[in-house]
Design a protein around this ligand. Sequence first.
Ligand SMILES: *Cc1c(COP(=O)(O)O)cnc(C)c1O
Length: 452
Amino acid sequence: MDLDTREWQRRDASHHLHPFTDHQQLRDKGARIITRGEGVYLIDSEGRRILDGMAGLWCVNMGYGREELIAAAERQMRELPYYNLFFQTAHPPAIELAGLLAEVTPPGFNQVFFTGSGSECNDTVLRMVRHYWACQGKPERQVIISRRNAYHGSTVAGASLGGMRGMHEQGSLPIPGIVHIDQPYHFGEGQGMSPHEFGVARARQLEQKLLELGPDKVAAFIGEPIQGAGGVIIPPESYWPEVQRICDHYGILLIADEVICGFGRTGSWFGCDTFGIRPDFMCLAKGITSGYVPLGAVMVSDRVAGVIERGGEFAHGFTYSGHPVSCAVAIANIRLMQKESIVKRVHDRIAPYLQRRWAELSALPIVGETRGKGMVAALEIVQDKHSKTRFPATAHAGLTCREFCFDNGLVMRAVGDTMIISPPLVITETEVDNLVDLARRSLELTAERLLV
Ligand SMILES: *Cc1c(COP(=O)(O)O)cnc(C)c1O
């Protein structure tokens, strides 16, 4: 079917409810119809090439159109398109991927529970954490502590663990037993403290909350090594070591939501490697298959797995847990990452280049800060550079900039007035130059529009 753009938009508006979308607005404007992907570029229904600065939704790490992944899916579909893992059965792709994940994740992770998405990973973790404590004879350890403005997915448990106010307001969330402390967002909430002091102060909120609730009531702490959807919030160096110390001291479990950070995004295989975190659980999705097919995986540490394995039946699982096609693509994706030494390339070459070029944008009058780590980066749009004053909300500075980006052929996302990028890991230096040039031009147009 090869329709023109207007017809695609009309049909889309007639029958399709989109995720995280105001449909009134979308109908007035019409959806952008993306028809193809090539390397780091998208092609839309008008034939325009758009540099995908977000790697889809933080996931197309190895780029679009990789033959190795396509061939793996096709081969597996012919061989065994589906079977489940519930009733004492298994299949080769799930078995092989479990071993491969044990190999690439940090020492102490040798067991994996498969899911279909990042949200399902967090649902799984919530249940597994409470089950773990029940098996230990401490069923009263129920509470999971998270952070405001965290993102842990959109299922009921995922959105509850997350700290997005807009999501909590719809559907009476969070569910009981989940509490939130403040995030380590220095630019937005630093209150004149040095990054070091601020990082420690925000980590100590975990200890205060633990003492307030009673440490024997708390099951776990969950956090993204770098908050992604919340606006690429990179914690000060002092933050994670202090969180780790507190978790160790009070014996609570530590959950690292690596759905974005995992598979090379931060310049190491996992965000935990980058920040020296030693978690009990790691939630993986997105980059595990470069987004080609849906898959999630919860890595369970030896200490927890030992208890779960002795705890009788863990009454949990999904029809698509360890779907054979998803596992086959994940295996091909990880093998391709290894073959191309992509993590080393990111760490040694392309991330330093991206970060150096990105930091040049901090000279622009409407940029209050640039920051980044590995292959994620953010910048803060401000009205006044020196006082770091924001534009009034009615100016919609972030959305204005995002629209200019799209018009100029770049996908850059806006979280409020924070602009964020997370390009494919395979991006080249020339493509980084292109990305930064397009971002600069869009920021200049935004400044012209808003600083009248
Ligand atoms: C995207 C994301 C999720 C949710 O993953 P889905 O596959 O959309 O369910 C969970 N945690 C983090 C950190 C994410 O970025």
